[in-house]
Design a protein around this ligand. Structure first.
Ligand code: NI
Length: 166
């Protein structure tokens, strides 16, 4: 496995749409393993391919407690159901270091994805895992958590981002 460099805003790859994986190969599995290692090293609880400069539709997540890791490696993940009920959680992003904000999202979701053996799977999530999977799938669509904030809050964060990127 290898650590991958994490790409930060305002890099354009974070605004691009990742493309579906046609076939799960050894290269796909290596990308997912490298992304998992990179996520744990950061440390973070989720990482999408765009964040390491790849436009494959893959994500990794681990929202488990420290003493009981629960690694998710998902290929072509998509939300197939979301609750009307919402929840508000503080989010951050490895690509926007130093900035956190409360984001409102559906509280529970059901998702479909392909696992590392190429098999279709479904999962349900609520709490932190639900927010995390929505955040990571957003990345695959070129969307960042700051896009869910009010225009004022977003522009405050964005100004600081651009200032520190100079
Ligand atoms: Ni993120």
């Amino acid at each position: 496995m290898a650590l991958l460099p994490i790409i930060h805003v305002p890099d354009d790859v974070l605004r691009q749409t990742a493309q579906p994986v046609q076939e799960v190969t050894a290269a796909t599995r290596k990308l997912l393993d490298d992304m998992a290692e990179t996520m744990y090293d950061a440390p973070g609880i989720g990482l999408a391919a765009n964040q390491v400069g790849s436009l494959e539709r893959v994500i990794v997540m681990d929202c488990g407690p420290d003493d009981s890791p629960e690694l998710w490696r998902m290929i072509n993940p998509e939300i197939i159901w979301e609750s009307d009920e919402t929840s508000t959680l503080e989010e951050g992003c490895l690509s926007i270091p130093g900035h956190n904000a409360e984001v409102v999202r559906p509280a529970s979701v059901r998702a479909r994805y392909i696992d590392i053996d190429g098999k279709p799977q479904e999962m349900e999530a609520d709490g932190l895992l639900a927010a995390c999977i929505q955040h990571e799938i957003d990345h695959l669509n070129g969307v960042l958590f700051i896009d869910h904030l009010s225009r004022l809050k977003k522009s405050m964060i964005w100004k600081k981002v651009l200032k520190s990127a100079r």
